[in-house]
Design a protein around this ligand. Structure first.
Ligand code: PMP
Length: 441
């Protein structure tokens, strides 16, 4: 008997999916992508790097040379662990954050997203616990869900993960006779929170994890994007035996090449290579050789500097617009690197429920609940400043402020959030943007 909605005669194969697919649902960001990418909508939702500053002509010449000079190798299968020269170069990139590593401990992956998947795959059985900042990177939460790991969030403040909250979580688990498989953390220019783990806290976080025999997975795609050129000592640099480090060329070079990596202690590295082999046989040789040539023959540090300048200008535009337009009662973080601002709106406003109204007003953001595994985040949202121009950012924040003011108006008029929500859902915002719906233009 076909389920309602299934086309007649076409079997509904969903009933055959493995149980682990239950946790695989489209992120809100993805669901929004089609609408938010329409030109009339200012999207502050996605985290797409800005590639306008890349020297495309030089890169085109490099691709041509790669094919002409090394085509037989570049177009062939390669090592499951990654191209040796690139792994060597990756150790030089990591040296900027104090990491001393051997190329044989580096595993190249298809973006650091694949590294996240592999790490979860080799460590997590269904029901295993992963500690992660609250909020956390949505793609990491997706990997944890795909392997049916249970996420326990640890509170953050403006200085990153709060050591006392981490200690409490670790103690609580120990008392229950359980132990987390690892702590997943983005110490620098956090996605989505926009904050950085204070240097003074780093040793404490590492010490707590060591004491409780919990591994640390340090995810650091934004570390070189500090707006003053500042870098922070990687967790891996002080505790090489207990930290798995993930890096990426997505934010410092080109996300479309999908080249990232994991640096892991030897026993973990060996398992990662086996897991990677079963997933992809080997990472794309062509893309790795392209990255390798770029690092060897171009001023990649100068390029990172120009990325930083672009993003700093956009961060400034966003912070200034937030200060100018947002209503009282909003709070937001002040990133000194990376792509994101984390905004807390006044009590009673539900950012997920507000999103369709914001999109109608031609501004998109990522609502906070997507960054928690446990339903928190309804008063938060993430704003990305990486992609739109400063003028569009300012306009987007202005539109967002209009939407927020309209929500607050209804809240004040109707008293309780529930009654206000019903009114808003029925189209009750009296004031605010009268823009055409993106669905009709
Ligand atoms: N980790 C974090 C914190 C990220 O923000 C991202 C991309 N948005 C990734 C990992 C994945 O990056 P990639 O796969 O492109 O290397």
């Amino acid at each position: 008997m076909p389920k309602p909605g299934a086309a007649a005669g076409v079997p509904d194969l969903a009933d055959r999916f493995a149980r682990r697919t239950d946790g695989m649902t489209a992120s809100e960001i993805r669901a929004l992508f089609a609408v938010a990418s329409r030109p009339e909508v200012v999207s502050l939702a996605g985290g797409m790097p800005n590639l306008a500053a890349l020297p495309l002509d030089d890169l085109a010449a490099e691709v041509a040379k790669l094919i002409a000079q090394d085509g037989q190798v570049a177009l062939q299968y390669g090592s499951a662990q990654g191209v040796p020269l690139l792994r060597e170069q990756i150790t030089e990139v990591m040296a900027a954050e104090g990491i001393r590593a051997h190329a044989e401990d580096v595993v190249v992956t298809v973006g650091s997203q694949m590294a996240l998947d592999l790490v979860t795959r080799i460590f997590c059985d269904p029901g295993d616990i992963v500690l992660a900042e609250g909020p956390s990177y949505v793609g990491a939460l997706g990997s944890f869900a795909a392997y049916q790991a249970q996420v326990l969030h640890v509170a953050m403040d403006d200085d990153g993960i709060v050591p006392a909250a981490l200690a409490e979580a670790l103690n609580r688990l120990a008392e229950a006779g359980r132990r987390a498989k690892f702590l997943y953390t983005v110490p620098n220019f956090h996605n989505p929170a926009g904050v950085t783990l204070a240097v003074a806290r780093r040793a404490e976080v590492l010490e707590l994890c060591r004491r409780h025999d919990v591994l640390v997975v340090e995810d650091n795609p934004y570390g070189l994007l500090g707006f003053d050129g500042q870098t922070y000592p990687a967790l891996r640099s002080t505790d090489p035996d207990n930290v798995i480090y993930l890096g990426s060329f997505s934010k410092t070079f080109a996300s479309g090449l999908r080249v990232g990596w994991a640096l892991a202690p030897p026993s973990v590295r060996d398992k990662l290579v086996l897991a990677a082999e079963s997933a992809t046989l080997c990472p794309p040789t062509f893309n790795q050789m392209m990255v390798s040539r770029y690092l060897a023959g171009h001023d990649w540090r100068g390029q990172v500097k120009s990325f930083r300048e672009v993003y700093r200008e956009r961060r400034d535009a966003m912070l200034s617009a937030l200060g100018t337009y947002l209503p009282a009662g909003c709070r937001w973080t002040h990133p000194d690197g990376g792509f994101y601002v984390w905004l807390t709106v006044p009590e009673g406003v539900d950012t997920k429920a507000m999103l369709p109204r914001a999109v109608r007003a031609r501004v998109a953001y990522a609502s906070g609940t997507g960054f928690y595994a446990d339903g928190l985040g309804s008063r938060q949202l993430r704003l990305s400043y990486c992609y739109p121009t400063p003028e569009r950012i300012t306009e987007g924040v202005r539109r967002l402020a209009d939407v927020l003011n309209a929500e607050l108006d209804v809240l004040h008029t109707f008293g309780t959030p529930d009654r206000a929500a019903a009114r808003l859902a029925a189209g009750g915002a009296r004031r605010g943007p009268q823009s055409p719906s993106p669905d009709t233009t």
